[in-house]
Design a protein around this ligand. Structure first.
Ligand code: FAD
Length: 396
């Protein structure tokens, strides 16, 4: 019997995971990536237990073991004073409560591992320098058009081509990605360059008026990863590699805790980019064509779930297709399974950003006071609030 063939638009974390999940369940797969070579840019990301469950299922966890970092805890602190609001123990606790670890990793390390795992699948191939300009439904499947003129057919087409997805645009009509009013800073700095001023060796969300920062560890703990999110409406440039000026970063965070200033001052490459999103889509399906990851549901990074949701999408899509030979019906079932969860995560990500950015002293007191009290009385109360997200196993 000839294998069913899937074409995947985009070789980011979502597209590679999807290609891998489909190849592992019997599909012939071609991933088409516009970049001339596969080089995942960006900084650190956190992978919560629900994401680790997907990496385990895909067989990727052993490939990241050497580069991941497992933080002792995640804390919320005030950026200016350093005062702790709550501490959520993670190392050991995450495994016990949610069945998997909570880890921090450089995006490039996760991306490389996914690419290697895909490469090891005899029925999968990845083509770079392949920019897709649109698709047409034909022969019960769909063909994509490439900028340089070829046309590539699949029985299934998955748009994993990010927040400005061409596939989404054709499926749902041209609407502009919406600037969220938030701009992100990022930098990765060796711990050795920071001496006594290294941020704590766990995940810290530093909250403040109209902005927050997150410090994590990557590359086995040898590097500090800094992300700063600032409400700002006069900067709308998007892209992972737009250099930012140190003085602008210091204007945002220089008066916060000395460890944050130290990271910015030691930065050898400081990047800044505008965060775009869009409201939940009416549909993710057009016959045997569907969307995945940021193409389907971009979100603010304030819950650290965008890549994790893409991993969950990939596994659910492959599983649904394994049980339903009619591809159009299968992708509808995939959308129905995924939409309520990702919509909730999108909404919670936006509300988390507002929660970290309280603009007044009164607002901060009303928000963080009860959180601090709850955390002192019972860590379990804070952990329970994460059950629906961290305790979920999309592989069923
Ligand atoms: C500051 C920040 C921190 C974050 N932290 C976390 C975190 O801690 N945990 C977490 O889970 N998530 C996090 N995220 C979110 C996460 O980065 C994204 O949700 C995730 O990378 C989305 O993956 P994707 O594959 O869907 O899309 P993308 O990563 O955008 O990949 C899309 C790919 O498609 C390619 N492409 C685009 N158009 C075309 C075309 N026309 N033809 C061919 N190829 C095309 C692109 O080149 C790209 O390679 C964070 C995001 C930000 C901004």
């Amino acid at each position: 019997m000839t294998k069913r063939r899937a074409v995947i638009a985009g070789g980011g974390i979502g597209g590679l995971a999807c290609g891998l999940a489909l190849a592992q369940t019997g599909w012939e797969v071609e991933v088409l990536e516009q970049a001339p070579e596969l080089a995942e840019v960006g900084a650190g990301i956190q992978v919560s237990p629900n994401g680790m469950a997907m990496l385990d299922r895909l067989g990727v966890t052993p490939m990241i073991e050497e580069t991941l970092f497992e933080p002792e805890a995640i804390e919320l602190r005030m950026g200016r004073t350093g005062r702790r609001v709550f501490r959520l123990p993670m190392k050991g606790y995450a495994q016990a409560r949610w069945g998997k670890r909570f880890i921090q990793i450089h995006r490039a390390d996760l991306h490389n591992a996914l690419a290697r795992a895909l490469h090891a699948q005899p029925s999968a191939q990845l083509r770079t320098g392949a920019k897709i300009t649109g698709y047409v439904r034909e022969r019960g499947g769909a063909s994509v058009y490439l900028e340089r003129g070829d046309r590539v057919f699949g029985d299934l087409l998955v748009g994993a081509d990010g927040v400005r997805s061409e596939i989404r645009q054709q499926m749902c009509g041209a609407d502009r990605a919406r600037f969220t009013g938030n701009v992100a800073w990022r930098s990765v700095v060796p711990v050795a360059a920071l001496g006594d001023l290294a941020p704590p060796p766990f995940g810290v969300i530093w909250a403040g008026r109209g902005k927050h920062a997150v410090t994590t560890r990557v590359r086995g703990g040898a590097y500090v990863n800094f992300v700063g999110i600032v409400e700002q409406d006069d900067w709308t440039e998007e892209g992972w590699s737009i250099p930012g000026k140190i003085e602008d970063a210091l204007a945002d965070f220089g008066a916060w805790q000395p460890c944050l200033r130290a990271v910015l001052e030691a930065s050898n490459g400081l990047f800044r980019w505008a965060l775009y999103g869009r409201p939940p889509l009416a549909t993710w399906c057009d016959g045997p064509v569907t969307l995945l990851g940021d193409a389907a549901h971009p979100m603010l990074p304030s819950m650290a779930q965008g890549a994790v949701m893409a991993l969950e999408d990939a596994v659910v899509l492959a599983d649904v297709l394994s049980g339903e030979p009619d591809r159009a019906r299968a992708v509808q079932a995939y959308e129905a399974k995924r939409k309520p969860r990702v919509t909730r995560v999108q909404e919670r990500s936006a509300s988390n950003a507002r929660m970290f950015h309280r603009h007044t002293g009164l607002g901060q007191l009303a928000t963080y006071g009860p959180m601090a009290a709850a955390s002192r009385l019972s860590v379990g109360a804070i952990q329970r609030q994460q059950d629906w997200i961290y305790g979920f196993n999309a592989a069923g």
